[in-house]
Design a protein around this ligand. Structure first.
Ligand code: KG4
Ligand code: ZN
Length: 355
């Protein structure tokens, strides 16, 4: 059994958690969303400063909640990649300093491996390899998972990530930041079939389409055109935009495209379980559609618990506990990286710092 303190500051949430294997003993998140909302997106410099202010209190809070002192832990973990470099450094430097002070192993964690592990905070997974649909603000990927560190990417977005599309369309509709929850709230009672929107296919140079890949840029443009057409039609008559129907139609087409291609990939690749994780996995329309289609297609499915879909440190703790249990930890010299493909997550555990 491994008990770890995990720290996460890769974007705009500061988070700390104490996790024992797959059990959360304490978890705390300080969101900066309101501050960034004024600018319509994350301002990296502000994010780093707020992490520096928030993290010490969050660490105190999870120690108090769990009743554990740092000296009683088996390791200290921090997200090391990918993300905003200045923001990542806050958790990384704090984690490495605490590890050094208390003589504990330091475990750097790949942020996406953390998202993959978030599903383990819910019901146990069926045995065998599974397919993960990872949908966040920066990534939209279909990954075959055979075990910790064994990942094979089978599909991806060629332009915007799904969460990014939610954020941009929310801005277009004047719904604010972050866009996912704003669109979900606006579209709750809307008609998801009112506007026909494109499902964005990615052409192969040799003809046909990549069956498991995504593109959201055409959908974004279609939404813009729809809004402009409605504005032109109602110019002067004071009729407001049908925000509920626009939001619901957008959510519906994103959910359909994600679920249809994921189920097809799972079926064709012989993977019996489909797993949904990442910030966009908090979307209720998407969760419900995934469940319905998996049931229809005879696939098992797991969705990350709602509280652990958006960025948090508990998921980072699960990933770290797994790495520690496998005898892995990281160099205290290891810095952070803005980019690092998930398939290269094992580099974080090389004896010599790799970046
Ligand atoms: O995983 P996450 O917290 O951070 C990244 O690693 O990117 O994901 C954030 C993204 C944002 O784009 C946000 O708009 C989206 O997840 N999101 C949602 C919902 N809640 C958050 N998208 C759709 N529906 C939601 N309820
Ligand atoms: Zn994330």
């Amino acid at each position: 059994m491994a008990t770890v303190l995990a720290l996460e500051t890769s974007c705009d949430e500061s988070a700390a958690a104490i996790v024992r294997d797959q059990t959360v003993l304490a978890s705390a998140v300080a969101s900066q969303v309101e501050e960034h909302a004024r600018w319509g997106g994350v301002v990296p410099e502000i994010a780093s400063r707020r992490h520096v202010e928030a993290l010490p209190q969050l660490i105190d809070q999870v120690c108090r909640q769990s009743g554990l002192a740092l000296a009683e832990l088996d390791g200290i973990a921090a997200t090391a990649a990918p993300g905003l470099v200045g923001a990542l450094l806050v958790a990384s430097v704090t984690g490495r300093t605490l590890a050094r002070l208390h003589g504990k192993p330091f475990v750097a964690v790949h942020h996406l491996e953390g998202h993959l592990c978030s599903v383990q905070l819910g019901d146990p997974l069926p045995p065998g390899p599974y397919l993960v649909l990872l949908v966040s603000g920066g990534h939209t990927e279909l990954l075959r998972v055979d075990g910790p560190g064994q990942y094979q990417r089978l599909g991806r977005s060629h332009d915007d990530a799904a969460g990014e599309a939610f954020d941009k369309v929310a801005r277009l509709l004047g719904l604010g930041y972050p866009g996912g929850p704003a669109i979900e709230a606006a579209g709750r009672d809307g008609d998801p079939r009112r506007f026909a929107l494109p499902k964005g296919r990615v052409s192969r140079p040799e003809g046909g389409y990549y069956p498991y890949d995504f593109s959201f840029s055409g959908l974004k443009t279609a939404m813009l055109r729809q809004v402009r057409a409605l504005e032109a039609k109602h110019q002067g008559d004071g009729e407001p935009l049908p925000l509920a129907d626009l939001a619901a139609s957008f959510e519906q087409v994103v959910a359909e495209v994600l679920v249809e291609r994921s189920c097809r990939c799972a079926r064709e690749q012989g993977l019996g379980t489909l797993v949904l994780v990442g910030g966009v996995a908090a979307n209720r329309r998407l969760r419900a559609l995934l469940e319905a289609r998996c049931q229809r297609d005879g696939l098992a499915w797991r969705v990350a618990p709602l509280a652990y879909c958006t960025d948090n440190a508990a998921m980072i703790g699960v990933a770290a506990a797994q790495r520690l249990a496998a005898g892995q930890h990281s160099s205290l010299e290891l810095a952070v990286a803005a980019r690092l493909p998930l398939e290269q997550a094992d580099r974080l555990y090389e004896p010599q710092a790799c970046f």
